[in-house]
Design a protein around this ligand. Sequence first.
Ligand code: FE2
Length: 280
Amino acid sequence: MNLKKEYIEYLSSSEDFSPEYIKNSIYKGKILVFRNFPQIIEINNLCKKYFKKILKKELKPFLSSKDQTNIGLEKLIFTLQKEIKTCKLIKKAFSSFLENIKFEIDDTFCDKITLRFSPEKNVNPLGFLKPVGPHRDTWASNVFHQINWWFPIHDVDKDYSIFIAPYYFFKKVKNDSNNWSFKLYKKKGESLSTPVSREKLDEQKKIKLSVKFGEVLCFSGNHLHGSSIGLKKRINIETRTVCSKDPKKYKIPKNIDSNNKKKKYEWFKSLLDNSSYPDV
Ligand SMILES: [Fe+2]
C-alpha cells in the first residue's frame, strides 16, 4: 500500500470543499495539503523580508551555504523568531487563510505562530525551537481536537522537512509525557519543547514529505511526527488551532498514551479578539 496515496490529500484554493470535510478528514487521521492560497504566500514573503532585514542576506544563498552555525547567528535567529511571533500582519494573513477555508473565526483559537530553523545534519541547532524527534503534540497539550499547521518558507525536499507516521494514529507509543514539563522547557535547555517517543519507529511507516513554497500541511495534533534532518538547512512556520465546538460536532481522537493529563488550553487565543479558550 502506498502510504502517501492512502493518507495525503491535496486541496487547492480553486476547489470547493467544506469545513466539515476538512475536520472529518483531519480527525480520522488524513493529512491535508493546501495549495495556492495567497495568504500563505503573503506570510512566506513577509518571513523572507524579515529574514533579509535581520540577517542582512538573501534566504536562498544562506540555505545553500556551508557556514557553521555560531553565537552571532543564533542571536539573529532569536531576533527573527521574536519578530515573526509578534507580527500582526502574519497573524492577520493566517486568520484570513482560515476564513478562506471557512473556519468559524469567532470559534477558532490559535497558538503562537512560530518559526523553526533546522540546520543540516551534524550542525548545532539554533534558536528557540530545535528540531525534535517523534512526538504527538497532544502529549504536551492534551487537547485532542488540536489541528497542526506546518509550512516551509522555501521548497523543501523530503530528506530535510517533516515526517508523519499515520500508522501510529490509533496505536499506543511509549513516551516521556509523564516527566515532561512546559515550565522546564521555558527555562531554556532544561527540557525539550515537547515530550518525545521512547520507541524507535519503523522507518517504513514514516511518510517523509517534500513540500513546495506556498503549500501548507494540516494534520491532527494526535499524529506522530517529527523533524527530518538532511543535508540542507530548513526554515518553516508552524502553529496549532483549536475550535471549541469541534468535540461536540466531530468524532475527535481519544487519548491512548498521554500520561500528562493537564490540558493546556491557555496556549490558544481567539483569532477574533485574543480572548482565552473557553475552558469548560
Ligand atoms: Fe509537533
